[in-house]
Design a protein around this ligand. Structure first.
Ligand code: PLP
Length: 355
């Protein structure tokens, strides 16, 4: 039976990515060696690394003055790398969920942190608005998409301070005005590649303004100066990332992908709003188009396990909600086909009919 992978991450990747990654495990770029065993300094892999970074610049329309690097340590490493490199005295953070608050915790090790607003009191069901960011902040940090709670800021804020964003779960899902940002980072394991590599887009003139010594591996400049090849990079995830990026280009780029994403999300949210058994958990105006969170309506709460089993028997994978929200979460990343969203909706309709 066809499986529909709604996992939050690691998550679905395009068939194109998987097919080419599988072929390269056998024979990489005609070398007669597996991608798993080639030197990262060989010309074939250097070309992959360079092409992937160039394609990221092309797809996201990255202006001059920015560099793209692949790093280790996951997005979680960026929670400390950002303040290490940018926080002199004070930084401002928006608290929109678990990942945002993990980033806040790390920043506090480096200086004053002004949490400008938080939606914690409402279990992060909405994105706070109307906050002010002190102009003497070294930067403002926000999580563009809250993977666990299904809320998203699908816009690039206008502020007079440096802007840093964790875009782990919505990068490449829409066009971004990169010129507004100083650092954007994203773990690869949602819209790019298997786990193991993290992408950072860094405005080079944002660096070099802190007084502290920065350990070599945690200094963005180390990686920028060596064309993202200071140490052994995660070769296989970068190869897979390049395949995904080529597929994005083939599809027509991120503006086309955004339209597809909006359509897929609308299909599922419409059903959640229509179906008597379910309700969405995120404030309607802040709903994420990447992670759709929903629970059983109060009067049908006892049907949760039964729906889980029903959906799983119909081929749905990874729709259990995160423990801090409960219910269900369907992640609709770029590689998720519309037909899988329709299959989930058909399952919800069928379950409703039976109750
Ligand atoms: N930030 C966001 C928005 C995430 O969704 C995740 C993981 O799912 C992380 C950060 C942590 O990423 P990693 O596990 O790569 O450290």
């Amino acid at each position: 039976m066809k499986k529909h992978n709604f996992s939050a991450g690691p998550s679905i990747l395009s068939e194109y990515t998987i097919k080419n990654a599988a072929a390269a495990v056998e024979n990489f770029a005609g070398t007669g060696l597996s991608i798993l065993e080639v030197s990262h300094r060989g010309k074939e892999f250097v070309a992959v690394n360079d092409e992937a970074r160039a394609l990221i610049k092309e797809l996201l329309d990255v202006p001059a003055g920015y560099e793209v690097v692949f790093l280790g340590g996951g997005a979680s490493m960026q929670f400390c790398m950002v303040p290490f490199n940018l926080l002199n005295k004070k930084a401002s953070y928006l608290d929109t969920g678990t990942w945002a608050s993990n980033a806040i915790k790390e920043a506090k090790l480096f200086g004053d942190v002004d949490v400008v607003a938080s939606s914690k009191e409402a279990n992060y069901t909405y994105i706070p608005k109307g906050y002010t960011v002190a102009e003497d902040s070294d930067y403002f940090h926000f999580t563009s998409n809250n993977t666990i709670y299904g809320t998203e800021m699908r816009y690039d804020p206008d502020l007079n301070v440096r802007l840093v964003s964790d875009m782990s779960s919505d990068i490449f899902s829409r066009p971004i005005d990169i010129s507004k940002y100083d650092v954007i980072y994203a773990g690869a394991q949602k819209n790019l590649a298997p786990a193991g590599v993290t992408l950072a887009i860094v405005r080079t003139d944002a660096l070099g303004h802190v007084d502290r010594a920065i350990p070599t591996m945690l200094n963005y400049n180390t990686h920028i100066k060596k064309d993202s090849m200071f140490n052994t990079p995660p070769v296989f995830p970068i190869f897979a990332a390049l395949q995904t990026l080529k597929w994005y280009k083939e599809l027509g780029g991120v503006a086309v992908i955004e339209k597809m994403n909006l359509e897929k999300a609308a299909i599922l949210y419409d059903e959640i709003d229509r179906n008597k058994l379910f309700k969405g958990t995120a404030a309607v105006e802040d709903r994420s188009i990447m992670n759709v969170c929903f629970v059983m309506n109060d009067e049908y709460k006892e049907l949760e396990d039964e729906f889980s089993k029903f959906a799983s028997a119909a081929g749905m994978v990874g729709i259990k909600g995160h423990r801090s929200v409960g219910g269900f979460r369907a992640s609709l990343y770029n590689a998720m086909p519309k037909s899988s969203v329709e299959a989930l909706v058909a399952t919800m309709k069928e379950f409703e009919k039976q109750h």
